[in-house]
Design a protein. Structure first.
Length: 233
């Protein structure tokens, strides 16, 4: 499958950041899956870590591989979080949420000492926005919230956004996130000022969280066919 080797190499490079005794946040998605699998191999060989999952999907994966999980509420420090991204822009600003896990992903990444992003070269962009920006909204009033999100995007400088409610895979039903919310996929084309857009979106009642991660990633690892390119922020 396309980018498989790059994703695998990015995950392998992220293992260099893992140390015995760490509490580690586990991301969601196909790239994060490679990391969980590599971590499981090391745990089987004696590595002592405990982990927190960013989604029910990752929880199931971790459990199936024997990766020790602890409830987030019992943790006072997360040393490291390793997660994928849908786009990585200048300054390490991310779009996340393609897998609908952005709320837990952001809470856990933001609570971590160090977020390492693992990705493939297709996600490395000069301007964010080709990937639709996911915005998580409460089910209560979501149609009005969608209109207000559209307004906020326009006011933040996006020319002709299109806001679409995400459907559950292979279904006509709306997707429901692990947190019981819906996702608006905001087709922006380009997001010229991510910080401004983030601020406008955060100001809309009914928006639980948006997929712009600003100032959270400290390391971005872009896997290549033969290794990985590492950018520190
Ligand atoms: C899930 C995410 C993922 O990290 C993002 O969608 C990237 O996934 P993949 O590694 O499968 O390309 O944000 O909510």
């Amino acid at each position: 499958m396309a980018y498989e080797t790059e994703k695998q190499n990015a995950a392998a490079a992220a293992m260099d950041y893992v140390e015995d005794g760490m509490t580690i946040g586990l991301g969601t998605g196909s790239t994060a899956k490679f990391f969980v699998e590599l971590l499981a191999d090391e745990i089987a060989d004696g590595l002592l870590v405990r982990c927190i999952e960013t989604s029910e999907q990752t929880r199931a994966l971790a459990r199936s591989l024997g990766v020790p999980l602890i409830p987030f509420e019992q943790v006072d420090r997360i040393h490291l979080t390793v997660d994928g991204a849908d786009e990585v822009g200048p300054g390490g600003v991310l779009i996340k949420g393609g897998g609908a896990a952005l709320l837990r992903e952001k809470i856990i990444a933001n609570a971590s000492d160090h977020m390492v992003v693992i990705t493939d070269p297709s996600k490395d962009v000069a301007v964010l926005g080709a990937f639709p920006l996911p915005v998580e909204v409460t089910p209560f009033g979501y149609t009005i919230t969608a209109k207000k999100v559209h307004e906020a995007l326009v006011n933040s400088g996006i020319e002709r956004p299109r806001v679409e409610l995400r459907k559950a895979p292979q279904s006509l039903d709306l997707l429901v996130t692990d947190g019981g919310n819906h996702i608006l996929d905001c087709h922006c084309g380009e997001i010229p000022d991510p910080a401004r857009t983030a601020a406008y979106l955060s100001g809309v009642p009914g928006v639980v969280e948006h997929g712009l991660f600003i100032g959270i990633a400290r390391t971005v690892i872009i896997g290549t066919e033969t290794g990985a390119r590492i950018i520190e922020y």
